[in-house]
Write a protein that binds this ligand. Structure first.
Ligand SMILES: Cc1ncc(C[n+]2csc(CCOP(=O)(O)OP(=O)(O)O)c2C)c(N)n1
Ligand SMILES: [Mg+2]
Length: 328
């Protein structure tokens, strides 16, 4: 047991917060409250949580279409996130971006992203900026298994390795790209092996064990801060839901789903904390309650917020919009 008690507490709270946010989004989507698409992170909480516990506010992350967990773990505000999902004027993108465009530059959150594989080179850009500014910040690039077949993955790792950029590439291998299993979309088992081509360290860890994601990323982040270059970390995990809400996920074998549910990262960490005398059932229940309250507050805030005014429809949508067009 290497982590501090404070880190363990933070990580339990963070995983619960993500789960509560996602379960609420799932229910409100089913009620018809949330327009557009939502891709939930339920089951994968230990990845974003363990990694981001090692970050500072001035570090950066890039995210994906399945971004809620990354954003919460990096300190995103759940009230503004929920309002954005509800399409309200108080949301992160003033209700015009939805789940896949949430960003918060004040916290180094460089954006969720609907384009699979787009984050790799945004992270390389952030890494280059850190290097040129000579700071000891890092950028974490989160991405899925299927995105490692995109050219951007290979281009990104190549540039980051040759320039020794402070980027940690964190692959969330949940074994599926939509309905296509990993075994059908690539001929390798461990995505971490792809690091060899770029002469950088590659490690595969149990992505449902938050202590493992925390430890592996701690080492990679320390390395990056010292100017020793990038690392590829593969976190083996599983999404409990379909690819997006509305996908029944019938392509996932029942036995496979059952086996992964037994490895759910949250009950597992709960047991670990109790068994090692780090937290009691009472401590954990207090966190559960306060997290549930925070998410209820976020829903209340989103529910009570106004819809965006129609006059704002083109504002912040085009980068070269003129003042004249704005006021019309
Ligand atoms: C460039 C591009 N190609 C295809 C898609 C359609 N698409 C959306 S999500 C997805 C699968 C992504 O799988 P993975 O990278 O493993 O992430 P996961 O959904 O499993 O978290 C695809 C193909 C897209 N959004 N962007
Ligand atoms: Mg995947």
């Amino acid at each position: 047991m290497k982590g501090s008690e404070e880190s363990y507490r933070n990580m339990y709270t963070c995983m619960k917060k993500i789960r509560e946010f996602e379960t609420t989004a799932m229910n409100r989507f089913a009620d018809g409250k949330i327009p557009g698409f939502v891709h939930l992170y339920i089951g994968e909480e230990a990845v974003a949580t363990g990694v981001c516990e090692n970050l500072r506010n001035d570090d950066f992350i890039t995210s994906t279409h399945r971004g809620h967990g990354h954003i919460i773990a990096k300190g995103g505000d759940v009230k503004f996130m929920m309002a954005e999902l509800f399409g309200k004027a108080t949301g992160y993108c003033k209700g015009k971006g939805g789940s896949m465009h949430i960003a918060d530059a004040s916290k180094g959150i460089l954006g969720a992203n609907g384009i699979v594989g787009a984050g790799h080179n945004i992270a390389v850009g952030a890494g280059l900026s850190i290097k040129l500014r000579k700071t000891d910040q890092v950028c974490i690039c989160f991405f899925g298994d299927a995105s490692t077949n995109q050219g951007t993955f290979h281009e990104g790792l190549n540039m980051a390795s040759i320039w020794k950029l402070p980027v940690v590439f964190v692959c969330e291998n949940n074994y599926y790209g939509i309905s296509m299993s990993q075994a059908r979309h690539q001929a390798i088992k461990d995505i971490a092996d792809r690091a060899v081509s770029y002469g950088i360290p590659g490690v595969a860890v149990d992505g449902n064990d938050v202590t493992a994601t925390y430890e592996a990323s701690r080492e990679a982040i320390a390395r990056a801060r010292k100017g020793l270059g990038p690392t590829l970390i593969e976190c083996k995990t599983y999404r409990h839901r379909g690819h997006f809400e509305g996908d029944p996920g019938t392509y996932k074998p029942t036995e496979e789903q059952k086996a992964w549910l037994e490895k759910d990262p949250i009950p597992r960490f709960r047991e670990f904390l109790k068994k090692n005398g780090i937290m009691t059932e009472d401590d954990l229940a207090k966190i559960d309650n306060s997290v549930a309250e925070a998410i209820k507050d976020a829903v209340r805030f989103a529910d009570e917020s106004p819809e965006p005014d129609v006059s704002s429809v083109v504002i912040d949508v085009y980068s070269d919009i003129t003042e004249e067009v704005r006021v019309r």
